[in-house]
Design a protein around this ligand. Structure first.
Ligand SMILES: [Zn+2]
Length: 113
């Protein structure tokens, strides 16, 4: 796993999952995101703890980090934020669909009336 140096919050060395690291250097970079400076634990302690999945919430926090550090400008920030919000919407739809699907399964059991 790539060594990410020291976390800017707790000062502990941390490393990122290879898959996540690759994402940041490819898709994330295209979206104007930079590698996070905080370890997963510290990012988890952040305010964004909704069940949007670790990647979405991490990316959101990272986007805020990038903007605060002025690594990205306002237009990049809003573009990336818009993308994340769109993904959140899709995630929400998947979740609600998933629930619906679950209920349907029960309904599809042989009816005993
Ligand atoms: Zn930390």
């Amino acid at each position: 796993m790539p060594d990410m140096g020291l976390c800017k919050e707790c000062n502990e060395p941390w490393s990122m999952e290879q898959g996540q690291y690759d994402w940041f250097l490819s898709e994330g970079k295209e979206k104007g995101l930079t590698l996070p400076k905080r370890c997963p634990e510290c990012r988890k302690k952040g305010k964004i703890r909704r069940q949007a999945g670790p990647s979405l919430s991490d990316r959101f926090l990272n986007l805020l980090d990038s903007y605060e550090r002025e690594d990205i400008g306002p237009s990049q920030f809003y573009d990336a934020l818009h993308n994340l919000i769109e993904e959140l919407r899709q995630f929400e739809q998947r979740v609600s669909k998933g629930k619906g699907h679950h209920d349907k399964r029960k309904d599809s059991e042989p009816a005993r009336q």
